[in-house]
Design a protein around this ligand. Structure first.
Ligand code: MN3
Length: 199
């Protein structure tokens, strides 16, 4: 059985950048909803004890009757774990160490990386996610549709931003750009650095 992880901060912890009501609904209704549907799909199958990463890595080999649900609900579960745990009320302005070096190598600098991430997140059509991933020896920025996970494509996710409307509509309505810009205030760069080291 897959379970909803608790947040390491309170629902109002990311105010004023993400509002309490959005966080509460996002965590207890949307994220929990994906978990409920995933568990229902896996119930009584050979995959019920598989870890999330194993399911997503092996997605294409899964039988059709579970594949679509694992893509959408397993992906939804994994992406929200990464998203919620990648934010913090007390975050630093920018990463350091090897991650900063990788961003410089790939994008020319931290500001250039941010501009690229904002462009990808802002121009993604419809529901999906913007990503910073480790790909081979470098890092890459791109977006996925629905809840598609970079893990399925062999990438290690480092940072993601939910650009489904449920992630920002109550506070920002159609102003996705403002939501994206404010995201930088709450990125937990210590966490992202740790993910980079482990990847
Ligand atoms: Mn979401």
């Amino acid at each position: 059985m897959h379970k909803l992880p608790e947040l390491s901060y309170s629902y109002d912890g990311l105010e004023p950048f993400i509002d309490e009501k959005t966080m509460k609904i996002h965590h207890t209704k949307h994220h929990q909803g994906y978990i409920n549907k995933l568990n229902k799909t896996l119930q009584g199958t050979a995959f019920k004890d598989w870890e999330l990463n194993k399911l997503l890595k092996g997605l294409e080999e899964l039988p059709d009757k579970v594949k679509t649900s694992v893509r959408n609900n397993g992906g939804g579960h994994a992406n929200h774990i990464l998203f919620f745990s990648g934010m913090s009320p007390s975050s630093k302005d920018k990463p350091g160490g090897e991650l900063l070096e990788a961003l410089k190598d790939n994008f020319g600098g931290f500001e250039e990386f941010k501009a690229e991430f904002e462009k990808v997140a802002g121009s993604h059509f419809g529901s999906g996610w913007a990503w910073l991933v480790k790909a081979g020896n470098g890092v890459e920025v791109y977006s996925t549709r629905g809840h598609d996970s970079p893990v399925t494509n062999g990438y290690e996710p480092l940072l993601n931003l939910d650009v489904w409307e449920h992630a920002y509509y109550l506070k920002y309505q159609n102003r996705r750009g403002d939501y994206i810009e404010n995201f930088w205030n709450i990125v937990d760069w210590d966490k992202v650095e740790q993910r980079f080291k482990k990847a």
